[in-house]
Write a protein that binds this ligand. Structure first.
Ligand code: PHE
Ligand code: NA
Length: 500
């Protein structure tokens, strides 16, 4: 069977940007920057981008392109079974994330429609939790299916699996070539409208005001690293898989820089748009920007609807464009994350792409229904927190240590990237991967383990969100641990003869 390939270089870059630009750019970055030094955050942010984000992206592009396989197969071909499990670990983390990421996209689709008649009314918080999500059970309970979420969720999976079904070039590449330019245009309209509102400057002032003293705070640097990993989709198995569809002679290094900078440009744009809109609302209500600033679900589905309510005209249209931006940004990321297990399963068992898609995608779609139940939001919250902390950043740390120090592949990879890329890598690349990133991530993981798992040593911080030990253990810790255990188990079996 011949391996699928991207049609053009631009198609690959667009797909990589499509994966990177996601909900995180719109609802996560603005608040992370604001909370961690405002204008001063750009220093740790750029540092993390240049010392960890882009170097790891170059590494993953190179591994995928050279070994021409999904993450587990590429790692297997590079260093055998001793590294294959790492690929599966990332694949299982991706699988779990895809199950709830799809649900948030479903909300965004529903809110796009709600926008037209401002269906959320004046109590946007009550609307979200009671009328829309029917969050009437205790954390840890599921309750019945919420049809208002289930129906758009079915739609999300039909689109995503349909695009993947059409293949790499005719599906993923084509979808990104349409969705990403559309997203940029729509989002630019949203941002331009936001910055011309009354009070916008007040918001921008709050966003950009540099708190220089924050630069001395290690937590700010940790936040920058954590965000960059998530935002660039590195250590998710995604970029290895996407790069495996590149032709034999393809630029790697320059493409990684383009992807990294495009993602950051989009985040900066989002920061400007979101804070301009927050400034408008603060001005409208006569409060400080700090009183309305928020992130995540609260920003997108509670605060933003309030902003839309107060809009001086074309409220519905502005709202619909905002939620459509979230939908498009989310879909292109969901496509990329789903492709990791479609590719991995198909190669391991030698089954066709479409069989693997039906099995893996079908299972993810089925599991995602859990997050569309009355208690779904609690599960989503806990699983997201643990899988991100102990999935992505942790995988990134293990990945750089194994590739650079244990299996000593950095020079080989550099040689390969240099031989085919537009630009050559300097010595900085190996230093960033082998020294700077492990130190910062190691420090970060140590802190996380201390806070979450060794609570007895840390009496100041209770459980995440005050959830019960039982719920944290079952939904958070077990799911995060399952990804690594399943990863190791999956690496035991033999590769199908076509890929051995
Ligand atoms: N890079 C995405 C973002 O910024 C995060 C993500 C990665 C989501 C991979 C899904 C899959 O939102
Ligand atoms: Na991103």
């Amino acid at each position: 069977m011949e391996r699928s390939q991207w049609g053009t270089r631009a198609g690959f870059v667009m797909a990589a940007i499509g994966s990177a630009v996601g909900l995180g750019n719109i609802w996560r970055f603005p608040y992370v920057a604001y909370e961690n030094g405002g204008g001063a955050f750009f220093i740790p942010y750029l540092f993390a981008l240049l010392t960890a984000g882009i170097p790891i992206l170059i590494m993953e592009f190179t591994i995928g392109q050279k070994f021409r396989g999904s993450a587990p197969l590429s790692f297997f071909r590079m260093s055998g079974k001793k590294l294959e499990w790492l690929g599966w670990w990332a694949v299982f983390v991706s699988f779990i994330i895809s199950c709830y990421y799809a649900v948030i996209i479903a909300w965004a689709i529903r809110y796009t429609i709600f926008s037209f008649n401002l269906a959320w009314g004046s109590d946007t918080e009550g609307f979200l939790f009671n009328e829309f999500l029917h969050l009437t059970v205790q954390p840890g309970q599921t309750g019945g299916i919420v049809w208002g979420v289930f129906i758009p969720l079915a739609f999300v999976w039909i689109i995503t699996l349909g695009i993947l079904f059409a293949g790499v070039k005719k599906g993923i590449e084509l979808a990104n070539r349409i969705f990403i330019p559309t997203l940029v245009v729509i989002f630019l309209i949203v941002v331009l409208r936001a910055v011309t509102l009354d009070g916008a400057l007040m918001g921008l002032d709050a966003f950009f005001k540099p708190n220089i003293e924050e630069l001395m705070n290690p937590a700010v640097w940790v936040a920058a690293y954590g965000h960059i990993f998530f935002s660039l989709s590195v250590a998710f198995a995604i970029m290895i898989t996407y790069a495996s569809y590149l032709p034999k002679k393809s630029d790697l290094t320059n493409n990684a820089f383009i992807t990294g900078f495009a993602n950051s440009a989009f985040e900066l744009l989002a920061g400007i748009g979101i804070f301009a809109a927050l400034g408008f609302m603060a001005n409208q209500q006569g409060v400080a920007v700090a009183d309305v600033a928020a992130a995540g679900v609260g920003l997108a589905f509670v605060v933003f609807p309030q902003i839309i309510n107060e809009f001086p005209g074309f409220n519905g249209l502005f709202g619909a464009l905002f939620f459509l931006s979230l939908t498009l940004a989310g879909l292109t990321s969901l496509i990329s994350i789903t492709e990791t297990y479609v590719a991995g399963v198909s190669e391991k068992f030698g089954i066709s792409r479409n069989k693997s898609l039906a099995f893996g995608g079908g299972l993810a779609a089925l599991i995602s229904i859990l997050f569309a139940t009355q208690g779904g939001l609690y599960f989503l919250d806990v699983v997201d927190y643990f899988i991100n902390q102990f999935g992505v950043a942790f995988i990134g740390l293990v990945e750089v240590i194994l590739v650079v120090w244990v299996f000593r592949k950095a020079d080989m990879l550099k040689g390969h990237a240099d031989a085919i890329s537009d630009i050559r890598l300097g010595g900085w690349w190996k230093i960033c991967l082998g020294i700077v990133t492990p130190i910062v991530l190691g420090y970060m993981m140590f802190g996380l383990f201390k806070v979450n798992l060794l609570k007895q040593f840390d009496t100041e911080n209770g459980n995440y969100e005050g959830y019960s030990d039982m719920f944290i253990m079952s939904a958070g810790v077990t799911v995060a641990a399952a990804a690594i255990i399943l990863g190791v188990l999956a690496s035991f079996g033999k590769w199908h003869k076509d890929h051995a």
